[in-house]
Design a protein around this ligand. Structure first.
Ligand SMILES: NC(=O)c1ccc[n+]([C@@H]2O[C@H](COP(=O)([O-])OP(=O)(O)OC[C@H]3O[C@@H](n4cnc5c(N)ncnc54)[C@H](O)[C@@H]3O)[C@@H](O)[C@H]2O)c1
Length: 254
């Protein structure tokens, strides 16, 4: 069991990077299934909490830098005091990474991408897994990327972090395989969010530039990624652990 059935006690799903984009769509999707969603972000997640409430769901905002071990521990303790059991964790936070050749990439830029994506996921799992074991079940979904499967010129930190998340998920899945906690990842292709709008300069440019690399002839809406996250978070994927699900419109099939 990794989800709340209607009518049962309200279990908690933690979503990091929940302020906008994919994180917000995931928070709304999980809340629609009856989970109380803890929206964790460096920024104030009040807009996501309001969106969930407008849908008729339950959510709360927790401000936290997932790179900071003390903040993560305090945040997970605060979430457990808010509601329990914690059944789901979606590690979605990532910093913006500009496209820069490796020889021009400052060490700080390399460090922040690895720290948020990898160390942040490690720290969240380290605090949340004991809560899942206490509650008897859990499902973790890490948000990787098509860039975790293929290279992207000028994206060495991001490609390293995102492929690292897939390895991290496999290892942790094996550790927890007989403890009723599943660990998987979702690898989106291009999704229209602030991240890609910033990279390409506008929504129109992002869409135009990314269409040629996506065989389906379009990029995704955040809600399409949220569906895959829900699948891996729910009992619909009860025999699935240690895997990665590409949701990339065929990007990696070429
Ligand atoms: N948009 C895409 O095309 C795309 C494609 C593949 C993978 N992804 C991945 O999906 C996830 C969400 O992407 P998005 O496009 O919605 O991004 P986004 O930039 O809109 O959201 C990222 C969120 O992470 C938060 N964050 C950053 N650093 C943090 C920290 N230290 N602690 C806590 N929160 C922090 C930000 O405040 C932001 O709310 C990311 O992991 C991204 O790498 C996105």
């Amino acid at each position: 069991m990794s989800t709340t059935k209607p009518g049962s006690a309200q279990a908690v799903a933690i979503v990091t990077g929940a302020v906008a984009g994919i994180g917000r769509a995931v928070a709304r999707r999980l809340a629609r299934e009856g989970l109380a969603v803890a929206c964790v972000d460096l920024q104030d997640a009040a807009p996501t909490v309001a969106a969930v409430a407008a849908d008729g769901g339950v959510a709360a905002a927790f401000r936290c830098d997932v790179r900071d071990a003390a903040q993560v521990a305090a945040t997970v303790a605060a979430i457990a005091a808010w509601k329990s059991p914690i059944r789901n964790l979606v590690n979605c936070a990532a910093p913006f990474d500009p496209t820069i050749p490796l020889i021009e990439t400052p060490l700080e830029r390399w460090q922040i991408v690895l720290d948020v994506c990898l160390t942040g996921t490690f720290l969240m799992c380290k605090q949340v897994v004991p809560e899942m074991l206490k509650g008897g079940s859990g499902a973790i979904v890490n948000i990787s990327s098509n860039m975790g499967h293929v290279g992207g010129a000028g994206r060495t930190p991001y490609c390293t972090a995102k492929s690292g998340l897939i390895g991290f998920g496999r290892a942790l899945a094996l550790e927890l395989a007989q403890k009723n906690v599943r660990v998987n990842s979702v690898s989106p292709g291009g999704v229209l969010t602030e991240r890609v709008i910033t990279r390409h300069g506008s929504a129109e440019a992002a869409t135009r530039n990314m269409i040629p690399t996506h065989p389906m002839g379009r990029i995704a809406a955040p809600e399409e990624i949220a569906e895959a996250v829900w699948f891996l978070s729910s009992d619909a994927s009860s025999f699935t652990t240690g895997t990665d699900l590409l949701v990339d419109g065929g990007y990696c099939a070429i």
